[in-house]
Ligand binder design. Structure first.
Ligand code: CU
Length: 171
């Protein structure tokens, strides 16, 4: 008996609302103003595909940069997101050849797509323009140790840990 009188009322309201909605749907469907459900679903599918393809395209275009010009060089990609890889290990006394590529285009307001690969202690200071690469060589120190490289062009400069990497010289 609890709630028996109150149970009737919402149901009545609900059915009335449902009837009104059905009537409205019937009217509009008859006048052809509403897009049929099947077409709506198809449209939704098309929009979903377009958005997905666009997103994948964005990711791919970000991954695509300038092609490597020297396949014997260690490839280092620099972008606003940082260096890839962020760390390298070489042997003491090794002749090291690195190709640095800027993955960013000139439309980047911060640095105009330029990046840098600098290791002060080793006298290395390479700057690479938007969507281009630069190959350079150096001889690793004979003493083992670690050196950090940085880019001082974008992202607030070399203090930003994003634009830093670590070179390990191992015996
Ligand atoms: Cu940079």
């Amino acid at each position: 008996m609890t709630g028996q009188p109150t149970h009737d009322h919402p149901e009545t309201v609900q059915t009335r609302a449902a009837r009104r909605a059905a009537a409205r749907a019937g009217q509009t469907e008859a006048s052809g103003r509403r897009i049929p459900r099947r077409l709506r679903l198809a449209l939704f599918g098309v929009i979903t595909v377009v958005v997905a393809v666009g997103a994948i395209g964005l990711v791919v275009s970000r991954l695509q940069g300038p092609a490597a010009t020297d396949t014997t060089a260690i490839q280092v990609h620099a972008s606003m997101g940082g260096f890839d890889p962020k760390a390298l290990t070489v042997k003491t006394g090794q002749k090291v050849k690195i190709e640095v590529a800027s993955m960013d285009d000139s439309m980047h307001s911060d640095g105009g797509g330029w990046h840098q690969f600098a290791i002060d202690a080793l006298g290395i200071n390479i700057k690479v323009g938007p969507l281009s690469t630069k190959v350079f060589e150096f001889t690793a120190p004979v003493k083992p140790g670690t050196y950090s490289w940085y880019c001082d062009i974008c992202c607030g400069g070399k203090a930003n840990p994003t634009m830093q990497g670590k070179l390990t010289v191992a015996a």
